[in-house]
Design a protein around this ligand. Structure first.
Ligand code: HEM
Length: 139
């Protein structure tokens, strides 16, 4: 499913709200939710999560900045998908991660969260996840 121009705007607008929040806090909420709901996933990640926090936020910053030209990031996302396979990330783990991400956005956005926002982020995550998953499947 393609992102509409309205969805691109919704994502950029809501991500701008997140960028004003303390990245540590956003990541604590995200990984807290992910590991609380899926305890076995904790062991895939390093004990010390600080660097992971920065990498995730940076990556999301870059994706959101280039949403209207995501094709320019395909090669990069494919390489990331292959690295994730090497970390032990299987296809079915993208679902739980997407749920934790959407939940985090919902908590942070409060009254700005609605069906439109949800659908926009869902579509965006699905696009990225599909590119990563497909790359992980090809040798
Ligand atoms: C849109 C989806 C995702 C994005 C944007 C993303 C982003 C990142 C980034 C930027 C890194 C840093 C290392 C690298 O670039 O290779 C990373 C590492 C990692 N991610 Fe993801 N990720 C996604 C999905 C997932 C999923 C579904 C899992 C499953 C649990 C996962 C688990 C991990 C693990 C285990 C590491 C390595 C930590 C380490 O050993 O240093 N990621 N991710």
């Amino acid at each position: 499913m393609e992102l509409t121009r309205e969805q691109v705007m919704v994502i950029k607008k809501t991500w701008a709200i997140f960028r004003d929040m303390e990245p540590r806090l956003v990541c604590d909420v995200f990984y807290g939710k992910l590991f609380y709901d899926n305890p076995p996933l904790r062991k895939l990640f390093p004990a010390e999560m600080d660097e992971q926090y920065a990498k995730l936020i940076n990556m999301l910053n870059r994706v959101v900045a280039r949403l209207d030209q995501l094709d320019s990031m395909t090669a990069e996302l494919q390489a990331m998908g292959k690295r994730h396979a090497a970390y032990g990330v299987r296809r079915e783990l993208y679902g739980p991660v997407g749920i934790a991400l959407l939940w985090t956005l919902q908590q942070g956005l409060g009254a700005d969260w609605n069906n439109e926002t949800k659908l926009a982020w869902q579509t965006c995550y699905a696009k990225i996840a599909t590119i990563m998953q497909e790359a992980a499947q090809t040798p």
